[in-house]
Each structure stands twice: as C-alpha cells, then as structure tokens.
Design a protein. Structure first.
Length: 492
C-alpha cells in the first residue's frame, strides 16, 4: 500500500497519546455526534432503507465475484469514449504513470479533487519528488495540506481541527502556497470559506492538469462519478485540459441502474443529505467541452489479494461514507491518526491490514482497535460485517496461516508478542474438549474464590488495568443443574 505506517507505533501506543489531547477529544466528540444525529434523521426518512442496503450489498458482492469481466468491459467503454486506460499493480506503478503523464504535458502544477486512492499511494509526495506541485482543492484537504498534517477522517479529513486552529493555519501558510489569507481573518466559518475560495480560484484558472479519484465507475458506459459538497471537484474535472483519474478497481459497478442504488445510500450515510450538492459524471472526452485528454488509472495495490479472502473481501464493498467512524467509540476517543493509514476507524482496521499485510507493528495491532460492539455493522450502508472481519484478522495475526500476498499464496508466520495468547487458547481448547477436566477446574475455582486476585499477573495485567475480574460463583453451573434438576427443586 504505502509507507505511511512505517515508523508509526502500534495502535494502543498511538491511541494513548491521542487520549491525552483534550482539544482533539473535544473536536472529535462534537463532530462525530453531530454527523451521527443528522445521518440518523436522513436515513429515517427512507421507508425502504433496509431493502436499499441489501441491494447495495448484493450489487457489490456480484461485481466482486465477476470483477475481471466488469473491469474489461469498463476498459472497453472508456476507450471507446476517447479515454485511455492504464493498469497499476501497486502504488509505485501508479505514481510512475501519473508522473509521466503530467510531464508529457509540460506542466509542473496540478489541481486535485479529494481522493483517498491518491492519498493511499502518496501521490503528492511522489509528484513533489519529480518537481511537480499538487494543490488540494477540497477545503478540508487544503487545511491538512497547508498545516503539513495528515487526514484523520474519511469524509472530513480535518475533523481534528477547530475553527481557531484553521484560522491560524490560513494566516501562517496560505501565502507560501499562493494567495495569502485576508488581513484580519477571523475564525468565522464564512470568512474561512471565503479565504479558501479566493486562494483556490487562481489555481483553478491557471491549472492545465487535474487529478481526481472517483466514487463509482459504470462499466456499462465507461462513466466515472464524483460526489462532493463544495464544487471544487467540479472545477477540477471541467477546467483543466488533461484529467487523470486514479481509482481503485473495486469502485466499478455494472450498470446505471446499479448506480441509482448507491446515489441514494452514499449521501445519507456520509453527509446526511438526500443528494450531494455536486454529482459530477463524465464519459471519456467530448470536443469543445471539458478536458481534451482523459486518463483512467485502475489501481490494484492489494485489492486482488483482499479479494482472495472469502471473509475479508467484504471490506471491498466499502463506498467510503464514514458512517462507521461516526458511531465508533474507539475512533471518537483515539482519532484517525492513531490508525497509521489514510483509512481510519473501523473500516481502516479491516481494510489496511488486508491491503498492506500484517507484518508491521501498526498493521498487526489494527484488528484489535475495536470493542467489537457491532455499531459499525449496524450503520454500514452496504452491510459490511466489520466485527466478523476483525475476528478473522485477529486469528491471522495470532495464528498465521495461508494468505495471498502480491498475487501469490503464502503461509504467514504468527506475529510476535502473541505466544502467551496462543498458549492460553490451546490450553482452553484442550480443557473444553474434556468435560471431566473442565468440571474439576470449575469446582477448584469455586472453592478457592476467596483467594481470587483483583488483577491478573503477566500478560493479563493489561486487561485488568481497566476492568474488574468477574466474580466466581460459589457453585459451578453444572453442579447447580445436577443438584436442582435445572431449577425444578428451587421452584418448589
């Protein structure tokens, strides 16, 4: 995937640092609760939401099961419409293709639509190394770029910043990137938005190359779709002479009729709107209208490896709505940076370890960045059972086993630091398979319950540091059942 996580501490350590930041916790709590409440009202308006959700799930599963066919159809329809399709196996190949395409135009600047795929491959850094400057035009992405920061939310990348912090960033950094912030800029949202608008307008008017991602690609017609709320994307998609779109291969849908389902699911689950203010669609090129050259880069970067896992592949259904982040108690307290990936929150905890593997410390820890409460599954508009995938990945981290990496079947070694857990699970499995041993152990625990410690020793110390050990009953359930015949004696 990319090198963002290299050098990042494991999730527990990164989250602990975030928990000490009161301002961050306050920003996250206010923003996620506000978005969550708005989403609930928007979804409640739709009487057939459950049916829409099931339709979205089935369309995605069907498409993933026949992904090769629909990608080939997409390539044919995009090409027939005047576009050029490129295939990128990984981030390095995608970055090389984009860099060569920009260089071929003779330009040294590009404007960008908000795109998680380009963040995933660290395109901005690759372009900078080649002497090409990329300007983010989404307001939140602009804040992140000017602040030399990293995104912390799928929908609202600067959710960890408050108005005062944004004002200070604009005042300090805008001038070095173009038009400076107005004199006396306050933290009023309207003033901040106007400062960004004036700053970006000169970029739009002189840019010859635009770079985007896409929310969806329609195989039937070769159409790409971007939904947004500000109009900056519309400017990037229409004004430049050359448009380059970097899109994950899982974003394809078969037909226009399928697209209808997702254009109902996505706005309500993300921005809590009935329809996105700007829904831009383009099909190849048209003389006298829009870019004269269009290039589509289909990005794999671990997606076909993920597709090989029958349980984990459901993460590829994700339409990047961020609903799971806004209900997750872990994300609300830890924030997005602790996940060490462009994909934070519950979906990041299942997607990043599959795209990148679980060999790094941060990726091996991500499947544990959850309480398994299931709130993420309840709000997911395409019914991704994130808790199920988390448990699957935890098993992979602890036990190792077969997996697919870079298109090859490999046997993963268990991650370090889980020897005690593996030994405990093996011991529990051995005891549970032997009723006599289990009965003896339960009786022994009941008779010695007066000596029960308040905290566990060794590796168990971390678990009991924030939890009370359950009380041991005076009598094991099996013995109570035999003595009372399942409660019949007590009833008399």
């Amino acid at each position: 995937m990319n090198a963002t996580s290299l050098g990042m501490p494991a999730f527990p350590e990164a989250a602990r640092e975030a928990l000490n930041n009161r301002t961050l916790r306050g920003n996250l709590r206010h923003a996620t609760h506000t978005i969550r409440a708005k989403r609930a009202r928007a979804v409640a308006e739709v009487s057939d939401w459950a049916e829409l959700r099931e339709a979205g799930k089935r369309i995605k599963d069907h498409t993933l099961a026949h992904l090769d066919r629909y990608l080939e159809q997409l390539e044919a329809t995009v090409t027939a419409a005047g576009g050029t399709v490129h295939w990128a196996a990984d981030a390095a190949e995608a970055n090389r293709i984009v860099t060569e395409l920009v260089r071929a135009t003779g330009e040294s600047e590009v404007v960008k639509v908000k795109s998680m795929a380009t963040q995933e491959i660290e395109l901005n850094e690759a372009l900078e190394a080649a002497g090409i400057r990329a300007y983010e035009t989404d307001l939140a992405e602009l804040i992140v770029q000017l602040g030399e920061d990293r995104p912390s939310h799928i929908l609202v990348p600067a959710i960890h910043r408050n108005r005062g912090e944004i004002r200070d960033i604009f005042r300090a950094k805008m001038a070095s990137w173009g038009r400076p912030a107005p004199e006396g800029l306050s933290d009023d949202p309207a003033e901040l938005a106007e400062a960004a608008r004036l700053h970006l307008r000169e970029k739009f008017l002189r840019a010859k190359v635009g770079i985007s991602g896409a929310n969806f690609m329609v195989a039937e017609t070769g159409t790409l779709v971007v939904v947004e709320s500000e109009g900056n994307g519309r400017m990037c998609l229409t004004l430049p002479e050359t448009l380059i779109s970097v899109v994950g291969i899982e974003k394809v849908v078969p037909t226009w009729r399928d697209l209808e389902v997702f254009l109902q699911l996505l706005p309500r689950s993300s921005t809590a709107e009935r329809m996105n203010p700007y829904t831009s669609m383009w099909t190849g090129t048209t003389d006298g209208d829009g870019p004269r050259a269009f290039h589509l880069i289909l990005l794999d970067n671990g997606r076909t490896d993920t597709l090989a896992d029958e349980v984990g592949r459901q993460a590829l259904r994700c339409i990047r709505c961020s609903a799971c982040l806004n209900v997750c108690p872990v994300y609300e307290r830890a924030g997005g940076h602790a996940y060490g990936s462009v994909y934070p929150g519950p979906i990041g905890a299942v997607l990043s370890p599959q795209l990148r593997g679980t060999t790094s410390e941060i990726d091996a820890s991500l499947p544990y960045a959850s309480s398994l409460c299931g709130a993420c599954y309840e709000v997911c508009p395409v019914a991704i059972d994130i808790p199920e995938v988390l448990v699957r990945l935890r098993e992979r981290v602890v036990e190792g086993g077969p997996a697919v990496r870079n298109g090859n079947r490999v046997l993963l070694r268990p991650a370090k630091g889980h020897a005690a857990e593996r030994a405990a699970m093996r011991a529990a499995g051995w005891a549970l398979a032997r009723p006599g041993v289990l009965r003896t152990g339960q009786r022994l625990a009941s008779r010695t319950r007066g000596f029960r410690p308040r905290t566990l020793p060794g590796p168990g110390r971390a678990w009991t540091a924030t939890r009370d050990l359950p009380a041991v009953p005076a009598e094991p359930f099996r013995d109570w059942w035999l003595r009372t015949r399942g409660g019949k004696d007590d009833a008399r």
